[in-house]
Design a protein around this ligand. Structure first.
Ligand code: C2E
Ligand code: MG
Ligand code: MG
Length: 730
C-alpha cells in the first residue's frame, strides 16, 4: 500500500455543498499494465478533479483502504487474486455503500459488469475501450448520481419520519389510472390491515358517508378543474367495525404543462373525537339538560325559520302552543326537586308523543314548554293538538310511590302576517296561556285580536305606571270612617288615586294588580304609607280633639310577603312623622292572609309588636275557615261591601253580616261595614249594633282639603246624617 499524492482540495457536491474526499480515488487492479494506464489517465485530469489516492492489487487491501474512510470513489477490477466476479463488487459495496463504484471489466465479462450496475455500481468501463475523457466523464456522473441518491434518501427518510410522526394517513391519487396509493396508516385508521384495502379510488369513495359524499365530490371536482390547488374536506368514513369516523382530508393538485391535473396527493386525519366534542358542545348549548329537549335558543331558531317560510309562502301556517303545567310548584315544594325533575322529564316525554317529526317541542325552563306546530291547515289543527296534549297530560303518573296528576294550561298563537319576530309569537301565546289559567286550570285559550289589544294596552299602562312612580304622579284621597253610635268621625282610609295624563283618573282596581305584577307596588306602597302618616300627623296639629283619629293604609301581597323589610319601614315612618303607632291601621285583604297563613300570621305579629293595628279587609270573600281567624292578631274586620249591598235583597246577606258581627264581638274585634250607600243600609247596620261604617252614604273618599275641613267642623255633619232611629232591628 502506498500513498500516492497529497489530499486534493475539497470538491463541490450537488447543490454546492462541500463534499469531503470526493475526488480521492481508490484503484483496485491487480494487472500492473492496466493500473498504469488508469494512473496516466487520471494524471491527465484537467481540473485536478480526481486524484489517484490509494492503489491496491487485492480485494483485502482495497477493503482496508476503504476502512480508513477518506475514499471518495472506487475503480474496481472484478477479477482479483483473492476474489472473483460479482463477489468482488458485493464485498466492496457492502463495506462502503456510500462510495460510488465504477467497475472495470474485460470484454468477456460485460454481462457480469451489467449485473454489478444493477446491484449498485454506478457504471462499468471496458478495459481497452477507455480513454481519459471517458473515464473522467464516467467518474463525474458516478459522483453526481451518488450524491443525488444520498439527497433523495435523506429526503425520503425525512418525509417518512414526518408522516409517521403526524399520525396521518397518506394518499396519492393518479387520476388517469384511477389508482390511489393508500399508506398503511391510512388503512389502519379505518381498522384495516395493509392487505385488506386495494389501490382503487372506490376503496375510498365507497366508504364515505352518503350524506357527505356529494360535497366531497364537488370539492374534488373544483380542485381537478383547476379552480383551487388545495383540497380540504371533512366527511364521515365507514370504519371496519361498522361505525363512522369523521375524517379531515387535505390534498394538493399536481398539474402538467398544459395545466391538466393528473395527480392529487395528501393526507387524511381522524378528527372524530374533536368533531364529536364540538357536536356535543353545540348540542348542550341548544338543549335543556334535564329533558334533552331544545331550549329557548334553538326554539327561537325554529320559530325564525317558520316565520321566514310563512313570509315567503303566505299559505304556510304554523302555531305556537305555550304549555304551563298546573300545580307544578306544589309537586316541587311538597315532594322535593328530585321528584319535581322526574315529573318534568315525564311531562316532556308525554308532550313529545303528541308531536309530529316536523314539530318542535322545547322547554323554556321551569314548568313551561313550547310546542311549535309547523305547517298546519288551520286553527282547528292547533286546537285538536291542544286537546290531545291536555288529555295525555292528565293521565296520572307514579313517581317513588306518589301518584301524581298533572294538567296544563295552554295558550295558542297562530301565525299571521303581522308577526315579524319570534318573540312576538311567544309573547302572545304566553298572554293566551295566562287567560287559560285565569279560566281555571287545564284550559286552553286562543290568542285573538282583542287579547292583542289588551296586551298592548297593558304594556303601555305598565310604562305609564313606571313613569308615574318616577314622577310622583299619584295622590291620596281619604274616606271617613264613622262610628254609628255617636256619628263621630273616627278615622280615614287612605285610597290611592292616579290621574293618567291621557286617560284621566284610573281606578286602583285597574292599576294595583299591574303594579303588583311588575313589582312597582313596593315603591308605590312606601310612598302611600309615608304620605298617609305625614298627613295624619299634620292634621293632628289642627286641634286638640283629634288624638283618636286613625289612618288606614292598604298593603298588598308583595309588601307583606316580599323581602322588603316592611316592619322596619313602618317603624321608621312612624318615627320620622311622629305619628303614634296606635293611630296607624294596616289593611290586608283576607285572601292575601289566606295565601300563606303561617308566614302572614308571623308578619302580623311583628307588626303588632311595634304597636300598629291590623284590619282584615274585604272580609267574607276570602273563604277563610273560622279556625284560622284566631291565628291572626287582627283588631278589625272590614265586612266586604258585597254583603252590605245585598242586605236589601237577600236574607242570607243579612244573616252573614249578623254572624260576622257576633263573631267579632266574641273575638273582641272591631268591625267596619264597607260601602253602605243608603239610609236603609245604615239603619239596618245600626240596628245590628255594627260599630263602624265607611261608605258613600256618609262620604265618598275626600281630597286632602275636604278631609281637613271635615275634621275641623265642630258639629260634624255625620251625626246629622245618621238616619232617624227606627228602633233596634230584631
Ligand atoms: P278597599 O281597600 O276595600 O277600599 C274600599 C273601596 O271601596 C274604595 O275603592 C272605596 O272608594 C270604595 N267604596 C267605599 N265606600 C263605597 C260605597 O259606598 N260604594 C261603593 N261602590 N264603593 C265604595 P277604591 O278607592 O276604588 O279602591 C279599590 C281598592 O284598591 C281598595 O279596596 C284597595 O284594595 C285598593 N287600594 C286602594 N288604595 C290602595 C293603596 O294605597 N294600596 C294598595 N295596596 N291598595 C289600594
Ligand atoms: Mg281597604
Ligand atoms: Mg275593602
Amino acid at each position: 500500500m502506498r500513498h500516492l499524492v497529497s489530499p486534493p482540495r475539497l470538491a463541490r457536491g450537488l447543490g454546492g455543498s462541500p463534499v469531503n474526499h470526493a475526488a480521492n480515488v481508490l484503484l483496485v487492479e491487480d494487472n500492473p499494465g492496466d493500473a498504469r494506464l488508469i494512473q496516466e489517465m487520471l494524471a491527465e485530469s484537467s481540473q485536478d478533479q480526481f486524484r489517484l489516492w490509494r492503489q491496491a492489487d487485492r480485494l483485502s487491501s482495497g477493503l482496508d483502504f476503504l476502512d480508513q474512510g477518506d475514499i471518495g470513489m472506487v475503480l474496481l477490477d472484478l477479477s482479483l487474486p483473492d476474489s472473483l466476479g460479482l463477489d468482488t463488487f458485493s464485498s466492496v459495496f457492502a463495506r462502503a455503500p456510500q462510495v460510488p463504484i465504477i467497475v472495470l471489466t474485460g470484454t468477456d465479462d460485460e454481462v457480469m459488469a451489467l449485473s454489478a450496475v444493477k446491484t449498485g455500481a454506478q457504471d462499468y468501463l471496458v478495459k481497452g475501450h477507455v480513454d481519459s475523457n471517458l473515464l473522467q466523464r464516467a467518474m463525474r456522473y458516478a459522483l453526481e448520481r451518488k450524491q443525488a441518491e444520498r439527497a433523495l434518501r435523506a429526503s425520503e427518510e425525512r418525509y417518512a419520519l414526518a408522516a409517521a410522526g403526524s399520525n396521518d394517513g397518506l394518499w396519492d391519487w393518479h387520476l388517469l389510472q384511477r389508482q390511489v396509493y393508500f399508506s398503511p396508516r391510512w388503512k389502519a385508521m379505518l381498522g384495516f390491515s395493509e392487505q385488506e384495502v386495494g389501490a382503487t379510488e372506490d376503496e375510498w369513495l365507497q366508504r364515505i358517508h352518503g350524506e357527505d359524499l356529494p360535497e366531497f365530490r364537488e370539492r374534488l371536482g373544483r380542485c381537478v378543474a383547476g379552480q383551487t390547488d388545495h383540497l380540504v374536506a371533512e366527511y364521515r368514513m365507514l370504519h371496519k367495525d361498522g361505525s363512522h369516523h369523521w375524517m379531515l382530508c387535505r390534498g394538493i393538485a399536481v398539474r402538467d404543462a398544459h395545466g391538466m391535473t393528473w395527480r392529487l396527493a395528501g393526507s387524511q386525519t381522524d378528527i372524530n373525537e374533536r368533531k364529536l366534542a364540538a357536536q356535543q358542545l353545540l348540542h348542550d348549548a341548544l338543549h335543556d339538560s334535564l329533558t334533552g329537549l331544545p331550549n329557548r335558543a334553538l326554539l327561537m331558531e325554529s320559530l325564525r325559520r317558520a316565520l321566514d317560510r310563512a313570509q315567503r309562502h303566505p299559505e304556510h301556517m304554523f302555531a305556537v302552543l305555550f304549555i304551563d303545567l298546573d300545580r307544578f310548584k306544589n309537586v316541587n315544594d311538597s315532594l322535593g326537586h328530585m321528584v319535581g325533575d322526574r315529573f318534568l322529564i315525564e311531562c316532556g316525554r308525554r308532550l313529545a308523543l303528541c308531536c309530529r317529526p316536523e314539530d318542535t317541542l322545547a322547554r323554556l325552563g321551569g314548568d313551561e314548554f313550547i310546542l311549535l306546530l309547523d305547517d298546519i291547515s288551520g286553527e282547528s289543527d292547533a286546537i285538536r293538538v291542544a286537546e290531545r296534549v291536555q288529555a295525555d297530560l292528565e293521565k296520572s303518573l307514579t313517581i317513588d310511590g306518589h301518584v301524581l296528576s298533572m294538567s296544563g294550561s295552554i295558550g295558542v298563537a297562530i301565525s299571521s302576517p303581522h308577526y315579524t319576530q319570534p318573540e312576538e309569537l311567544l309573547r302572545d301565546a304566553d298572554t293566551a296561556m295566562y287567560r287559560a289559567k285565569a279560566q281555571g286550570k287545564a284550559c286552553y285559550s286562543l290568542f285573538d285580536a282583542a287579547m292583542h289589544a289588551r296586551a298592548v294596552a297593558e304594556l303601555k299602562m305598565e310604562a305609564d305606571l313606571r313613569r308615574a312612580v318616577e314622577q310622583q304622579g299619584f295622590h291620596l284621597d281619604y274616606q271617613p270612617v264613622i262610628a254609628l253610635g255617636s256619628g263621630q268621625l273616627v278615622g280615614f282610609e287612605a285610597l290611592i288615586r292616579w290621574h293618567h295624563p291621557e286617560l284621566g283618573p284610573v281606578a286602583p282596581a285597574e292599576f294595583i294588580p299591574l303594579a303588583e305584577e311588575t313589582g312597582l307596588i313596593v315603591a308605590i306602597g312606601r310612598w302611600v304609607l309615608s304620605t298617609a302618616c305625614e298627613q295624619l300627623a299634620s292634621w293632628r296639629s289642627l286641634g286638640p280633639g283629634l288624638g283618636h283619629v286613625t289612618i288606614s293604609v292598604n298593603l298588598s301581597s308583595r309588601q307583606l310577603f316580599g323581602n322588603n323589610d316592611l316592619v322596619a319601614q313602618v317603624a321608621d315612618t312612624l318615627r320620622r312623622t311622629g305619628l303614634p303607632a296606635a293611630n296607624l291601621k294596616l289593611e290586608i285583604t283576607e285572601s292575601i292572609l289566606m295565601a300563606d297563613v303561617t308566614a302572614a300570621s308571623e308578619k302580623l305579629r311583628q307588626l303588632k309588636g311595634i304597636g300598629v293595628r291590623i284590619s282584615m279587609d274585604d272580609f267574607g270573600t276570602g273563604y277563610s275557615s273560622l279556625s284560622y281567624l284566631h291565628r291572626f292578631p287582627v283588631d278589625t274586620l272590614k265586612i266586604d261591601q258585597s254583603f252590605i249591598r245585598n242586605m236589601g235583597k237577600s236574607a242570607e246577606a243579612v244573616a252573614i253580616v249578623r254572624a260576622i258581627l257576633n263573631l267579632a264581638q266574641s273575638l273582641k274585634m272591631d268591625v267596619i261595614a264597607e260601602g253602605p250607600e243608603t239610609a236603609a243600609e245604615v239603619q239596618l247596620l245600626k240596628s245590628m249594633d255594627c260599630p263602624h261604617v265607611q261608605g258613600h252614604y256618609f262620604s265618598r273618599p275626600l281630597s286632602v282639603q275636604a278631609a281637613a275641613s271635615a275634621l275641623r267642623q265642630v258639629d260634624p255633619v255625620w251625626r246629622a246624617k245618621l238616619p232617624a232611629a227606627a228602633g233596634r232591628e230584631e
